[in-house]
Design a protein around this ligand. Structure first.
Ligand code: OGA
Ligand code: MN
Length: 207
C-alpha cells in the first residue's frame, strides 16, 4: 500500500476537534477513539513489532537503573515511515492547539513503548516544575486488542484534582497537559503504544 493512502485513511469523522479543545481547556486532558483506519493501525503495529528487538529499557539513563518504570522504548526517526505519518498527524494537531491556546508548539518528539506483562510506569509528570519544553503529552495505543481486566490503564489527575482511568484501547489517542500527574498501572498483557510530546522548542534541558 502507498504510504500516502494512510493519511487519506485518517478517520476524519471521529475527530471532533472542538470537543478535544474544550476538554483540554476544562480538564487538561482529552481522548479520541477510532483515530485511524484499521489498516493503518495494523501497519503501525507491524512496524512496531518488527523492531521490538531494538527496543531499550526506558528506565535506564546514564547507566542508572530506575525502578519507576519497566517498559522498553524505541525513539522514532525517519527510518520508521509508518510511525512518521502519526507524527505528521500530531504536527497538524499542534497547529490547532497553537491557534486555540497560543502554546507555541514547534516540535514533536516520539517513541514507541512496549510494556510486557508485569510492567508499569509509576506516578510522574512529563514536565516536572515546567523544567522542560514539553507542553502536551499524547499516547496512541496500537496493540491488536484490549480487555478491561488486563490492567495497563493510564491513570491521570485532571486540572481540577479528580482522578480518571483511561483504558488503553487500540486506536485511541490520549492527550493531556505534560504537567499533570499520571501513571501506567501494571499491565497483564503486552501493551504497545507511541508516546509523543508536543514541545515548544524553547528549552535544551531534556530529562
Ligand atoms: C509516558 C506515559 C502513558 C501511557 O510515556 O510518559 O506516561 O498510557 N505513558 O502509556
Ligand atoms: Mn508520562
Amino acid at each position: 500500500m502507498q504510504q500516502t493512502s494512510f493519511s487519506l485513511a485518517l478517520n476524519a469523522t471521529s475527530w471532533n476537534l472542538d470537543r478535544v479543545l474544550d476538554d483540554l481547556n476544562e480538564f487538561g486532558f482529552a481522548f479520541i477513539d477510532h483515530v485511524y483506519s484499521p489498516e493503518y493501525v495494523t501497519a503501525l503495529a507491524d512496524e512496531c513489532i518488527s523492531h521490538l528487538a531494538e527496543f531499550r529499557a526506558a528506565g535506564i539513563q546514564n547507566g542508572v537503573v530506575s525502578h519507576i518504570r519497566s517498559d522498553h522504548i524505541l525513539w522514532i526517526d525517519g527510518q520508521l515511515p509508518i510511525a512518521q505519518q502519526h507524527i505528521q498527524t500530531l504536527h497538524n494537531l499542534s497547529q490547532a492547539l497553537n491557534q486555540a491556546f497560543y502554546l507555541g508548539i514547534k516540535e514533536v518528539e516520539a517513541h514507541f513503548a512496549c510494556y510486557n506483562a508485569g510492567e508499569f510506569y509509576a506516578l510522574h509528570r512529563d514536565n516536572p516544575q515546567q523544567k522542560n519544553d514539553r507542553m502536551i503529552s499524547t499516547v496512541f495505543y496500537l496493540h491488536e486488542s484490549w480487555e478491561d481486566n488486563l490492567g495497563g490503564e493510564l491513570r491521570l489527575q485532571d486540572k481540577k484534582g479528580n482522578w480518571h482511568i483511561i483504558q488503553p484501547l487500540p486506536n485511541r489517542l490520549a492527550i493531556f497537559q505534560s504537567d499533570v500527574l499520571h501513571e501506567v498501572l501494571l499491565s497483564k498483557q503486552q501493551r504497545l503504544s507511541i508516546t509523543a510530546w508536543l514541545r515548544s522548542g524553547n528549552s535544551i534541558w531534556n530529562p
